[in-house]
Design a protein around this ligand. Structure first.
Ligand SMILES: *Cc1c(COP(=O)(O)O)cnc(C)c1O
Length: 387
């Protein structure tokens, strides 16, 4: 049997995969079983932020694997502590909780917001989390419910209570929805899965001010936007705000599973021993990998992300059949006059791997993609769009 046949026979049918089997990679280039090379403009959905098999990252992980690979959270370990310190320094947050995925980071954010509210107000009804339409927050029952898209609210019910939805970029509507039972507002600065939609600056600032006034916690879901993706360490740092809780995952460990929930001043001491946990959370090998990538996300590197973003936008502005380009940094959505899935299939044939988001083509290249690779990928993408 071929890999594809074995996969189809033995793996649960939850993914519509492209007919490509990737076997190795280096930098921004992935190689399939026939030796064909592809420039990866999706980086495993924003995960491989330093591309495939980055030497520094792989060495850091391997070294940790050969030193101590797992201890459980009953004991202290070095890489996790160092990582938490550097994340707090770079984000302005005060404490971190480590899990293994974006959904798990958001579960932690939801639990923390409710515990903060209950501890402070002793009103069990003050538990509602407001999220935005077109958001995406994960696949667990709570984070599916938090996801502001009706298509996700079928099949798996009953869903947990305590979520409400507001349209993005409509502050008055959001305010109407925020009655006395709301404990938190959760949002992505750029909605990724929902179609690479950036929230407007005014809306973000108004939500932040309103949250502060009403002691409603502001949770920013940086699972996709975080770790340099938008040209800042975290996307909220493009604005004059400071969230109470930040969740992140995807790119943080450069290709290994990690989710982090970070707490600001108000929520730093909300979780207490026994109130939350995760067996694999803060796994030393994963934390060592994360440390090796997070350390390199300095201002100079992040300026490079912004420059690459500008290059992509300039190329698309000259490209016919492009209706609009949305997003920030190296998280961009392209609306064209054509079918995005067909465009992606043609790009794959020609050796480029883009993503889609709703009706758009979505680009999430490795942040360290070389100028040469980026040019080659954009030559092919624009050619296919113009065809
Ligand atoms: C991908 C994503 C998630 C879910 O992350 P998983 O690691 O798949 O659980 C949550 N929120 C946002 C914004 C995402 O992009």
């Amino acid at each position: 049997m071929t890999v594809i046949e074995t996969d189809k026979k033995y793996i649960a049918n939850t993914y519509a995969r492209y007919p490509v089997t990737l076997v190795s990679g280096h930098g921004a280039v992935a190689v399939d079983e026939n030796g064909k090379e592809y420039i990866d403009m999706g980086s495993g959905i924003g995960v491989n932020i330093f591309g495939y098999c980055d030497k520094e990252w792989a060495d850091a992980v391997a070294q940790q694997l050969n030193t101590i690979q797992h201890t459980s959270n009953l004991y202290y370990t070095t890489p996790g502590a160092e990582l938490a310190k550097i994340l707090c320094e770079k984000s302005g947050m005060k404490k971190c909780f480590f899990g293994n995925s974006g959904a798990e980071a958001n579960e932690c954010a939801i639990k923390t917001a409710r515990k903060y509210s209950l501890d402070k107000y002793n009103n069990p009804d003050r538990n509602v989390i407001v999220t935005l339409n077109q958001s995406f927050h994960g696949r667990t029952l709570a984070t599916l419910t938090a996801t502001g898209q009706d298509t996700f609210h079928t099949t798996f019910g009953p869903f947990p209570e305590g979520f409400a939805y507001a349209p993005a970029n409509d502050f008055e509507k959001l305010k109407e929805i925020c009655n006395g039972n709301v404990c938190a507002i959760m949002m992505e600065i750029v909605q990724g899965e929902g179609g690479v939609i950036a929230l407007d600056k005014n809306f973000i600032k108004k939500v932040y001010d309103f949250c502060k006034e009403s002691d409603i916690l502001l949770i920013v879901d940086e699972v996709q936007t975080g770790n340099g993706r938008t040209g800042k360490m975290y996307a909220y740092q493009n604005f004059d705000i400071m969230p109470d809780i930040v969740s992140t995952a995807k790119g943080i460990a450069g290709g290994l599973p990690m989710g982090v929930c970070m707490f600001g001043e108000k929520t730093a001491d909300t979780l207490t021993p026994g109130s939350h946990g995760s067996t694999y959370g803060m796994n030393p090998a994963v934390a060592a990998g994360a440390l090796s990538v997070v350390k390199r996300l300095d201002d100079e590197f992040l300026n490079g992300v912004v420059k690459k973003s500008e290059y992509i936008k300039a190329r698309l502005s000259e490209c016919k059949n492009v209706k609009s380009v949305s997003g920030m940094g190296l998280m961009l959505g392209i609306e064209t006059t054509k079918d995005s899935k067909a465009i992606v299939s043609k790009c794959i044939e020609r050796g480029v791997l883009p993503l889609t988001a709703k009706t758009k083509i979505r680009l999430l290249p490795p942040l360290n993609i070389s100028d040469e690779e980026l040019k080659k990928a954009m030559d092919i993408i624009t050619e296919v769009i113009e065809e």
